[in-house]
Design a protein around this ligand. Structure first.
Ligand code: AMP
Length: 299
């Protein structure tokens, strides 16, 4: 059974951090999210790549048990170019080349349509909505976005958020989208759009979960070795939906556990460029760090 379904970008990234520089490496919201989800479940991706996209990346995703039959091939792969300064919580975009994404006609394979868990990872909100409308009876829809779509497609974005159960976004995007410096106000504004929960990621400082009546604060993991935070948000969202689709338990307690698993995968991801760290971890590493998170929250 293919579950969760993840729509997002599959990209070639070029970026620089204070710790190094890489060109045309595997990136994209759906890549990170599906790899993180694959530690818990059997995700299927919906995305578009170009003829220039190296086959070895698809082979790697397949080796991880990720279904890629929902990836179509267009002209040229989506490319993102960016950099980070010493405060690595904020990615600075130099260039976003939408390329094939501009003429992407989503084709949802029949065996994806029965999925119960859907992650609308960061991509054009109109495409997110289109996918959502193709899934027969989703039980949980989690969605992410970023400043690019807040700036370019705000109205469409708000419409898609209205159909999601859980909105995941980072702190600066929450402030930008809801036009307030206060994260509690931003979360309440998101809850008014009928989302069941809002998760605000604060980079290395952890994540906040708002469910209307309750509030949870997952700590940030004290990482000494952060090389490249690209994809941390996507790894967070992928692990969250992967864990929820595995456990099929949407209680407040389990949602909190999912937030911690999200934080665990995001923290591993920051330790190396592209998906290199995620490539080398296993379930034992994940459980070990999960326990460390549990201990950090005790007082
Ligand atoms: P994150 O660091 O989790 O916010 O996401 C980083 C990934 O998002 C990179 O691998 C990029 O390829 C991808 N990305 C950058 N800009 C966009 C965009 N406008 N829409 C979708 N994905 C993007």
């Amino acid at each position: 059974m293919i579950d969760p379904i993840i729509i997002g970008t599959v990209a070639l990234d070029s970026l620089e951090t204070p710790f190094g520089k890489v060109d045309d490496v595997l990136g994209g919201s759906a890549s990170y999210a599906s790899i993180a989800a694959s530690f818990f479940s059997n995700p299927g991706i919906l995305s578009i790549i170009g003829k220039d996209f190296p086959k070895k990346h698809i082979e790697f995703l397949n080796q991880r048990g990720i279904n890629t039959s929902g990836i179509v091939t267009g002209n040229k792969t989506f490319r993102w170019k960016g950099f980070y300064e010493f405060d690595m919580n904020e990615a600075k975009t130099i260039k976003t080349e939408l390329n094939a994404l501009e003429s992407y006609n989503v084709q949802v394979p029949d065996d994806y349509k029965g999925a119960k868990y859907v992650f609308l990872a960061n991509i054009d909100p109109e495409l997110q909505l289109e996918v959502l409308n193709s899934i027969k009876k989703p039980e949980l829809v989690v969605m992410d976005t970023m400043n690019f779509w807040i700036e370019h497609k705000r109205e469409q974005l708000l419409k898609t958020i209205g159909k999601a159960d859980i909105l995941v976004l980072n702190d600066s995007e929450a402030r930008q989208l809801f036009d307030t410096p206060n994260l509690v106000k931003a979360a309440n504004a998101a809850l008014k759009l009928h989302t069941r929960a809002v998760i605000i990621k604060k980079g290395e400082h952890g994540a906040l979960l708002f469910t209307g009546s309750k509030y949870f604060n997952a700590p940030g993991y004290p990482l000494e070795n952060i090389k490249d935070p690209t994809g941390c948000g996507d790894s967070f969202g992928g692990a969250l939906i992967g864990y929820l689709s595995k456990t099929k338990d949407l209680s407040e307690t389990n949602l909190r556990k999912a937030v911690v698993y999200g934080s665990v995968l995001a923290s591993f991801n920051a330790e190396d460029f592209s998906i290199e760290r995620l490539r080398n971890i296993n379930s034992k590493d994940i459980e070990g760090r999960y326990k460390e998170f549990r201990d950090m929250g005790k007082f």
